[in-house]
Design a protein around this ligand. Structure first.
Ligand code: APR
Ligand code: PHB
Length: 390
């Protein structure tokens, strides 16, 4: 098999890159280890920056988003019962859109299938070779047959647990990580959202987030210790704990119902530098992980794909490789700024559980007071929340 760009991973990063390359007349093959049904069964965040919705429009996959996406202009931060609304649209002129990652992935699959894109599922035993040449190869098995894909470039869109980052020589790789000693217990329910805008609540018992997927489907999270077991959390226990962490007025409005999905996820930061080695490029979770708090995971994957798809288009149009040579530096600059925001927001909104010194709890309160009393502080929050310029 031959193609111009070999893409490992059929999640949002891989599918969006393949679709954007197609729109620019560049051939690619996507190799995904799971079935399409498995990929579409994943429940992930669903808060899209304006830049992300523009990229989905550029890829020709914004119809569902335009029809069903919920545009938001502000967000509520609640701290020890006091509420601070950040009017990010008024402050930045940008909106955020609620539209589930599952729906984004489904829209991308439909577009790839409509344009007869080559997305191979249930591939296994992927091996990368000749990455330090201009003709790298991807070996893999598909339907029990050994295959080989010759390409000009290989892009690892295979997430944190993928193989592409492992193919980078240890001597050139630098990995940075920081994990929080707690996670999020998330529930999806067919109930109307408790508030028209998202509510991030800090409470002595722990953080709580009120989000949504539509006007009839809600997404709620509560902070839990890392060793919590999902089986110990009945729906009733979850709803009671969530109410304890919300302002009384909001708790009274909460409409509960059976969970249609319930899971616990850790909160951690990870960045791999560089994001390129010779003919191998990394994009999305393959290169970086951010705490879900800032909802930046998908949006950072999209910004990587934006930089890389433009660089590849320039290369194939005019053999100008400056974008490719600059990709890692450009992508990492935005990754680190988004990581900073997500990390600091997690620090602000979560109860440390362990010995949170009286000093650090006062610092947390002072940070909230600053947001409450300073438009400059809210502008700084807003420009990070809506997504920094590319
Ligand atoms: N071979 C082929 N495919 C693989 C391999 C492999 N060895 N390892 C992983 N994959 C596939 C996974 O099955 C998955 O479908 O790569 C895909 C990676 O997708 P994601 O993990 O969703 O990562 P990405 O596409 O970068 O999207 C980032 O997803 O996890 C969320 O919070 C994250 O919202 C962010 C988004
Ligand atoms: C979500 O709806 O999953 C969500 C929303 C906002 C966040 C994190 C997650 O900051």
């Amino acid at each position: 098999m031959k193609t111009q760009v070999g893409i490992i991973g059929g999640g949002p990063s891989g599918l969006l890159l393949s679709q954007l390359l197609y729109v620019n007349g560049i051939d690619s093959v996507v190799l995904e280890k799971h079935s399409k049904q498995h990929v579409l069964s994943r429940i992930r965040a669903g808060l899209l920056e304006q830049g992300t919705t523009q990229m989905l429009d550029e890829a020709g996959v914004a119809a569902g988003l335009s029809k069903n996406g919920l545009e938001h202009e502000g967000v509520d931060l609640v701290f020890e019962g006091r509420s601070c609304r950040v009017d990010f649209f008024g402050l930045t002129g940008k909106k955020m859109t609620i539209y589930g990652q599952t729906e984004v992935t489904r829209d991308l699959y439909e577009a790839r299938e409509k344009s007869a894109g080559c997305v191979l599922h249930e591939v296994s035993d992927i091996s990368l070779s000749a990455l330090d040449t201009e003709k790298p190869e991807i070996g893999f098995y598909h339907h029990d047959q050994a295959k080989s894909l010759q390409c000009d470039f290989v892009v690892g869109c295979d997430g944190y647990h993928g193989v592409s980052r492992m193919a980078m020589p240890e001597a050139i790789k630098r990995e940075y990580q920081s994990s929080f000693p707690f996670g999020w217990l998330g529930v999806l329910s067919e109930t109307p959202p408790v508030s028209p805008e998202l509510v991030y609540a800090y409470h002595q018992r722990g953080f709580a987030l009120c989000s949504m997927r539509s006007t009839t489907r809600s997404r709620y999270y509560i902070q839990v210790p890392l060793d919590e077991q999902i089986d110990d959390w009945s729906d009733d226990r979850f709803w009671e704990e969530l109410k304890k962490r919300l302002p009384p007025g909001l708790a009274r409005e909460l409409i509960t119902g059976p969970s249609i999905e319930k899971s616990i996820a850790p909160l951690r930061s990870f960045v791999c530098e560089p994001m390129r080695w010779k003919s191998l490029f990394l994009a999305g979770d393959a290169a970086h992980i951010v705490p879900t708090t800032g909802a930046k995971g998908l949006n950072l994957a999209v910004s990587d794909v934006r930089y890389l798809s433009r660089a590849l288009s320039k290369y194939y149009q005019s053999r100008d490789s400056r974008g490719l040579d600059n990709y890692s530096r450009q992508a990492l600059a935005r990754v680190w700024k988004s990581s900073r925001f997500s990390w600091s927001l997690t620090q602000l909104l979560h109860q440390p559980y362990d010995r949170d010194s009286a000093f650090s709890s006062r610092i947390r309160r002072a940070e909230f007071e600053y947001l409450l009393t300073s438009e400059v502080a809210r502008l700084s929050f807003a420009e990070n929340y809506v997504g920094l310029p590319y």
